[in-house]
Write a protein that binds this ligand. Structure first.
Ligand code: SAM
Length: 283
């Protein structure tokens, strides 16, 4: 198993996703001799997991069953241990598209945080690209490194434990794209410009507050970035329901009829943050 290559069977040392339902799943580190408790009973790694195919239905000790899924960056985002606020797949998908990331891209990111975005970037730029990710909190940087090793993507990522606003990304003129998710991104715009390729590239900064966006835009302008654009993405989820409606009284039919209808959820995830994109141009 690796987060960038699909493996058919579950192996000792893999990170697998135990899927109990859409609202209930968790990651598990597969280890010979280990056991995992679920509400359906125990899963014994040696007999129930190792050697089974990913996607298998596994019966737990109390007779209930779960699916064991191959990890993906999307599942990891939904299940990872939170050490910070994280970016979710809705924002990540826009970031990936607007930064024009693809296999082979070189990307700089700060801060690493819980590694949610990092895993998605790594999967996109594999097998020939690279992510340079900078995190000034020592334990977070170390934990991220450890997870990248466990997920067998360490050859695609370099973790640096330093302050990006003071020391930058540790690389010059190599990046196709730079992503910032830090409280004062305007202090890192100069370093982002130096990390980007001489001939140009894309930058994105994520900030929850509009005042941060204003300062970041001013800094981007000062450093000659162009095509500046700030977007906010809101996800509106619809439930498909069967509803009953009164039949209009046109003289014949009476009563109610049943229809399928798409009904938006009463509550939706609100503002996460503003995404400011810009281009480093040669001129
Ligand atoms: C909100 S989290 C990033 C979450 C990440 N995007 C994810 O999806 O998991 C922000 C991180 O930036 C780090 N950070 C803040 N300022 C920094 C700086 N100047 N240099 C490096 N890291 C910084 C924090 O320690 C924190 O871990």
């Amino acid at each position: 198993m690796s987060f960038v290559e699909y493996g058919d069977t579950i192996k000792d040392g893999d990170t697998a996703i135990v899927f109990l339902g859409h609202e209930s799943m968790f990651p598990v580190k597969v280890q010979h001799g280990s056991k995992t408790q679920t509400k359906y009973g125990v899963i014994r790694h040696s007999t129930d997991l190792i050697g089974k195919r990913y996607g298998s239905k596994v019966t737990c000790s109390k007779g209930g069953w779960v699916f064991i899924l191959h990890p993906t960056p999307e599942l990891w985002t939904m299940n990872l241990p939170h050490r910070t606020q994280i970016l979710y797949s809705t924002d990540i998908s826009l970031i990936t598209m607007m930064l024009e990331l693809k296999p082979g891209s070189i990307v700089c990111e700060s801060g690493t945080g819980s590694g949610s975005l990092s895993h998605a970037i790594i999967r996109t730029v594999a097998p020939t690209g690279h992510l340079y990710t900078v995190e000034f909190h020592q334990q977070r940087a170390e934990k991220a490194k450890e997870e990248f090793q466990e997920h067998k993507v360490e050859h695609l990522v370099t973790v640096k434990n330093q302050d990006v606003c003071k020391n930058g990304f540790g690389v010059s003129n190599v990046a196709d794209a730079v992503f910032l998710d830090i409280p004062s991104p305007w202090e890192a715009i100069g370093h982002a410009k130096s990390a980007l390729k001489i001939e140009g590239g894309r930058i994105c900064s994520f900030s929850p507050c509009i005042e941060q966006v204003q300062r970041t835009c001013l800094a981007m302008e000062e450093h000659g970035f162009t095509e500046m654009n700030t977007l906010e993405i809101l996800l509106r989820v619809y439930n498909v329901r069967t509803i009953s409606l009164q039949i209009p009284d046109l003289g014949k039919a009476q009563g109610t009829a049943q229809f399928k209808s798409g009904v938006p959820l009463k509550e939706m995830v609100g503002h996460t943050g503003y995404l400011t994109f810009a281009t480093k141009s040669l001129f």
